[in-house]
Design a protein around this ligand. Structure first.
Ligand SMILES: NC(=O)C1=CN([C@@H]2O[C@H](COP(=O)(O)OP(=O)(O)OC[C@H]3O[C@@H](n4cnc5c(N)ncnc54)[C@H](OP(=O)(O)O)[C@@H]3O)[C@@H](O)[C@H]2O)C=CC1
Ligand SMILES: O=CC(=O)O
Length: 341
């Protein structure tokens, strides 16, 4: 009998085709809105696998509702929406979608760096409000990006792609991870004149950088990593960009810091509680640029992510090698299990 799966959102047809070719498939037939929790809990009762988005909470309650579940294929590289220890304890495999979104997300980080540094959105708003009267020497002046020191917190796949782009802007690069990355350093130094340095102490990176980009995963260790203390260390001319996860930042403390002018400006793609509304206090600040969690949002990349998630799901349920397992223990159990009856 073919495995049964549930897709928690309407996906690009290329991904649906992969799943339906191998599995009995039901899905939440809406592209824009997440499946309501009660519907999801009912839908997973008989399934062997689910394809989830980062808007779906995969926790003990859901696992209890899905006794046959063998695999959760998350259509994202981040998986902080999933209770990984709970999945692993039950031998349920988790997969994610790394790599295919790396360059696209790095592009968006750069959009935020440039827009926040050069007041792009503020300028647009000013014109739209009829507030542009003349050219004057210090009108709408921002901060230079070229030649500025870039500090990357979380220089993994995406952070490294951000760093590669910085070489073209002539920016010296600092990075802070738990471990240095000789591969990244070699890649950057392959360009004559390009400079990169590992900074083991986060405080040092914050005091030395002109632009700070955060690209760490959300974990117990990184939750609340940036607050009033960290912002106070930054330069009064600094630009802060977060495209990782909202809860890495203590948002109320960032708002307070931006009101005080340190950092000088911020570009944010992610928020403590998403989605945020038009009444969010960040929108009262002139020195922020906000995007609605669209780091990987291009047609090509979202299609690739859906295809990768579908491929992971099907591979796990048909005994094929799984391209992107997150928890190896779960994967082994999947392979040992008898086919679904
Ligand atoms: N805005 C958006 O739309 C998107 C957001 N994301 C977010 O970006 C995150 C990163 O993705 P990706 O680059 O592929 O992931 P990677 O795992 O490749 O990179 C994460 C980096 O963070 C570092 N890191 C992890 N924990 C810590 C810590 N406690 N302190 C300092 N550094 C740390 C890691 O290095 P080390 O292990 O040495 O510490 C690693 O270099 C995702 O988890 C997701 O949350 C991803 C895609 C799109
Ligand atoms: O935020 C997106 C992801 O892929 O993670």
């Amino acid at each position: 009998m073919r495995p049964r799966v549930y897709l928690t959102r309407r996906l690009p047809q290329a991904a649906v085709d992969i799943v339906t070719a191998a599995c009995e498939t039901t899905f939440w037939d809406d592209e824009a809105l997440p499946v309501p929790r009660e519907t999801l809990l009912r839908a997973v009762a008989e399934v062997d696998g689910i394809l989830t988005l980062l808007t779906d909470r995969v926790d003990v309650e859901l696992l209890d509702a899905a006794p046959r579940l063998k695999v959760v294929a998350n259509m994202a590289v981040g998986y902080d929406n999933v209770d990984l220890p709970a999945l692993t304890a039950r031998g349920v495999l988790l997969t994610n979608t790394p790599d295919v979104l790396t360059e696209t997300t790095a592009d968006l980080v750069w959009a935020l760096i440039l827009a926040a540094s050069r007041r792009v959105v503020e300028g647009h708003r000013l014109i739209a409000a009829g507030g542009w009267s003349t050219w004057s020497p210090m009108f709408m002046v921002g901060q230079d990006v070229h030649g500025a020191t870039l500090g990357i917190v979380g220089a993994g796949r995406i952070g490294a792609a951000v760093a590669r782009r910085a070489v073209g802007f002539g920016m010296p690069i600092l990075y802070h991870n738990r471990h240095p990355s000789p591969a990244l350093e070699a890649q950057i130094r392959a360009t004559p004149g390009a400079a990169i340095r590992y900074v083991p102490n986060l405080d040092d990176l914050l005091t030395e950088s002109d632009v700070v980009v955060v690209m760490v995963p959300l974990t117990p260790e990184t939750r609340g990593m940036f607050g009033a203390r960290e912002f106070a260390l930054m330069k009064p001319t600094s630009v802060f960009v977060n495209a990782s996860r909202g809860p890495v930042i203590r948002e109320a403390e960032l708002i307070d810091a931006l009101q005080r002018g340190r950092p000088w400006a911020a570009g944010l793609d992610v928020f403590e509680r998403e989605p945020i509304g038009a009444d969010h206090p960040l929108l009262t600040l002139p020195n922020v640029v906000l995007t609605p969690h669209i780091g990987s949002a291009t047609v090509a990349t979202r299609t690739r992510m859906a295809v990768v998630a579908a491929t992971n799901l099907v591979a796990a349920l048909t005994g094929q090698p799984v391209p992107n397992p997150v928890n190896d223990g779960g994967r082994l159990r999947v392979e040992r299990r008898a086919p679904p009856v």
